[in-house]
Design a protein around this ligand. Structure first.
Ligand code: GDP
Length: 174
């Protein structure tokens, strides 16, 4: 049995749902009042990927340090994949994804020098008042080197496992 250890980052503006996403994915819960303590921390989830492979997903949440935008290199060190998240009802969190991706590409790269696989997540898709239309997200996704994007709702447990599976698949295919 082969075991992969994948360090995956979750970045994006404050209040978009990052901590809730990690908590939902790892523990299967949505808790309205959940908030991690301030500081970089990670959670682990074990996946039985195939008959021959296990995947240990280590999810790193920046939890409360979003104001720095520029994260320390320690945080990025050894990361092999990334989730960039925004809130579909908050256009400023969408606009900031450009900076988040740039900071990532400046500081994290694979041993061969290419940028790490990154998925763009449009969270809070359960809310009706979307501030960013899907075609704009699609265009931005293609122009900024994300391999795909998905609309998620941590609240309704929509596309959480799907998004992570698609990211892990992309990482393992490299
Ligand atoms: P973070 O600062 O990015 O880690 O965001 P949090 O995980 O703390 O979430 C911020 C707020 O958004 C909390 O009140 C969550 O309950 C709420 N939230 C997170 N995900 C969703 C979602 O998919 N839908 C809705 N309606 N609210 C969400």
């Amino acid at each position: 049995m082969k075991e992969h250890l994948l360090k995956i980052l979750v970045i994006g503006d404050g209040n978009v749902g990052k901590s809730s996403f990690v908590h939902r994915y790892v523990n299967g819960q949505f808790n309205r009042t959940y908030k991690m303590t301030v500081g970089v921390d990670f959670s682990v989830k074990m996946l039985h990927w195939s008959d021959k492979e296990k995947v240990r997903v280590q999810l790193w949440d920046i939890a409360g340090q979003e104001r720095f935008i520029s994260m320390t290199r320690i945080y990025y060190k050894g990361a092999v994949g990334c989730v960039v998240m925004f809130d579909v009802t908050d256009s400023s969190s969408f606009l900031k994804c450009h900076q988040w991706k740039q900071d990532l590409d400046n500081k994290a790269m694979l041993p061969n020098g290419s940028s790490i696989p990154c998925i763009l997540l449009a969270n809070k898709s359960d809310l009706s008042h979307w501030a960013v239309p899907a075609d704009r997200i699609e265009t931005f996704c293609k122009a900024n080197g994300f391999f795909t994007w998905m609309a998620t709702s941590v609240k309704d447990n929509k596309n959480i496992d799907e998004a992570m599976r698609s990211l892990v698949k992309e990482i393992l295919s490299i």
